[in-house]
Ligand binder design. Structure first.
Ligand code: URA
Length: 201
């Protein structure tokens, strides 16, 4: 038969591939692969470190305490998961005990993130914390020095900010983080939508 069969959209194909991944040892201990969620054409792509226990149990990114704080920050910026952002992680499976993902795990998973970014095609990347910053822009990069500054990942703008879990451990970091997110809203208005409404910026 010569029927035209467009098959699954590429993003769905990628998701299927990632959900079946066996490229590193985390495949043996995970309950869920957390592919990511949000608008697959979002102008802003948020990159965390790795799923935690809540994410592994539920199968969605940033649903635990860090995620609730992230949602509050996004709401203050006038951003929603549905419309403005896509959220994923450097590694898609939970490292046992919430340890940092190893180099092997990061390297095995990175091609998925690279393909997600290419498909979503965002203008702005938000790098949450040190693991996201180092994995995307180089192991020598320091979050304390670079947070709040506009950097470049290939042809896209990238801003490192503190990870929400760091804010939970040390609330004194919230002030600087809010200054960083204000810069993101200003940039969003400058390059994406001058009429973007945000309740607090
Ligand atoms: N922390 C992360 O870095 N990612 C998640 O998805 C949840 C918590």
């Amino acid at each position: 038969m010569n029927e035209y069969n467009p098959g699954k959209p590429p993003f769905e194909q990628l998701k299927e591939e990632v959900l079946g991944c066996q490229k590193c040892g985390l495949a043996r201990t995970r309950n869920h692969v957390i592919f990511g969620e949000g608008n697959i054409q979002a102008p802003v792509f948020i990159i965390g470190e790795a799923p935690g226990a809540d994410e592994d149990r539920i199968g969605r990114p940033f649903v635990g305490r860090s995620g609730q704080l992230l949602d509050k920050i996004l709401a203050a910026c006038g951003f929603t998961r549905r419309d403005h952002v896509f959220i994923s992680n450097i590694v898609k499976c939970r490292p046992p005990g919430n340890r940092e993902p190893s180099r092997e795990e990061r390297e095995a998973c990175m091609p998925y993130l690279v393909r997600q970014i290419a498909m979503v095609n965002p203008d702005i990347l938000i790098l949450l914390g040190s693991t996201a910053l180092k994995s995307m822009l180089g192991q020598d990069k320091k979050i304390t020095r670079l947070r709040g500054s506009w950097l470049q990942y290939e042809n896209r703008l990238a801003m490192p900010v503190y990870h929400p879990s760091a804010l939970l451990r040390n609330p004194a970091l919230k002030h600087d983080t809010w200054e960083d997110f204000k810069k993101i809203v200003f940039k969003y208005r400058e390059i994406i939508n001058p009429d973007h409404y945000s309740p607090h910026v």
